[in-house]
Design a protein. Sequence first.
Length: 219
Amino acid sequence: MSYILHIESATKSCSVALSKNGKCIDVIEEHSGQYIHGEKLATFISHIFERNMLEINVLSAVSISAGPGSYTGLRIGVSIAKGICYALSIPLIEIDTLQAYERCARLIGVENRLCVMIDARRMEVYAAIFTNEGNCIKETGADILNDNSFLDYEPFICIGDGVEKVKELWNERNVDFSKEVFLSAIGQVQLAFQKYLTNDFVDLAYYEPNYIKEFYSGT
């Protein structure tokens, strides 16, 4: 019996999920538009075990959103995840944030090529592009947007909190925009279970999230 706790803290979504043998059994999350991880993440974790009448020591592993995203949010999520893993002597699994976002879209039925973009201030985003089969064809990077960004990948659907930056800029291109997809820890479940089965874990002592860019005061 493999229980995995999944923690999502890379954006303004604050989300935790609990899975058993690769199937999500519960999720607690809030999409408030604010960075609330410091206030609520630990409480969400406590509540998810309470309402499922489980002790935290049933866990086989913890998965964490690895970034890119908010520096502070990622630090909080990773710190909590490491604390649990150290206390229980269980492994930590990292999941690319943009890949988890793509999975969230598929879980609610979004099809076609996807451009996932997370706000990185001004006209910059963290972005990756995925085929309908989930294959990454444009690797995650910090991209400055202009009229012709990602033109060679059209047509595609844009999702993520960076979408507002390009809705007007790309309004005459072969691009659609979706506001229906929210980043959730549910997006980590299948990816984390696959890594768990193959012992694809990170080194607890040295692990750091994928910030991509240097920390900028004010995130």
